[in-house]
Ligand binder design. Structure first.
Ligand code: FE2
Length: 269
């Protein structure tokens, strides 16, 4: 299993940007079988049930989310025994224009040192003309009321899923996102699965490269929209990195966090 865990650099990128794109996760024949199943979506399972118990077996989608590379991805972020939250095959019909729809799923979710994940699985080739989901990297530390961000358009740093079949985007549920228009002649499916952790999300990834010198700069990634607020964002990222990497004193640059943490009253106590 270890060979399929995220490494520390990938995890730092998830902490900084709130998402990862992983290509070639699902083989083509399995993708095609999944597409068929998505067209016959028949409801939800019990929210909060252990994922392994509740997720169907001997189906294409059942097999897909049990592929070793996907299990490794899930384990790295929410542990080996996550809970099922919900799933849904999002359909954007061919030649369908979507209006402004940027939003955040996790309204009023202020749980500290905690995040749910969403896996967005693209089972068909999804070229630029076809969509797909868009994300604003790094927005997961900015809690807003669901749709009050609908008014924001063309934010700097926006990315979207233009990807080959078999690609998975995994993202912190708090990342601002939405669906793009589908200007192609094919229906587009984005299969979404949300999972909750069942244990503290500490050191669940492969930490053998934890001291990689590039981690500082990965955490410091500027996506474009942050502007002068970049340092504020960096502080939020450092706090989460300290937690997930089990390094409570981690800091970047010239002890960046000291500027808000040094306090002689605490030192004296
Ligand atoms: Fe959403």
């Amino acid at each position: 299993m270890n060979e399929h865990l995220l490494n520390s650099k990938q995890m730092a990128s998830f902490v900084a940007s709130g998402y990862l794109r992983l290509d070639n996760m699902v083989p083509k024949d399995l993708c095609n079988a999944c597409l068929d199943e998505m067209k016959h979506h028949n409801g939800y399972f019990e929210v909060g049930a252990p994922f392994e118990e509740i997720w169907p077996k001997n189906t294409a989608l059942g097999d897909t989310f049990r592929l070793p590379q996907i299990k490794g991805l899930i384990q790295s972020l929410v542990g080996p025994d996550p809970l099922y939250d919900h799933h849904f095959p999002h359909l954007t019909k061919a030649n369908n224009t979507r209006g402004p729809d940027m939003h955040q799923d996790s309204v009023i979710d202020f749980r500290e040192n905690y995040f749910d994940i969403q896996l967005s699985f693209f089972a068909a080739d999804t070229p630029d003309k076809m969509g797909g989901t868009f994300l604003i990297p790094g927005t997961h530390y900015r809690n807003v009321r669901t749709s009050e961000i609908t008014i924001y358009q063309h934010m700097k740093g926006k990315v979207w899923a233009a990807c080959p079949a078999g690609t998975i985007y995994v993202w912190n549920t708090r990342v601002w996102h939405g669906a793009r228009s589908n200007r192609s002649d094919k229906d587009r499916y984005m299969y979404k699965l949300r999972l909750n952790p069942t244990q503290p999300q500490i050191g669940l990834f492969d930490t053998s490269d934890l001291n990689d010198p590039s981690i500082d700069s990965i955490l410091n990634t500027n996506h474009g929209w942050e502007g002068n607020e970049h340092r504020y964002e960096l502080m939020q990222r450092i706090k989460l990195w300290r937690y997930v990497s089990n390094q409570p004193d981690y800091d970047v640059g010239e002890r960046f966090m000291r500027r808000i943490e040094y306090n002689p009253q605490i030192e004296a106590a």
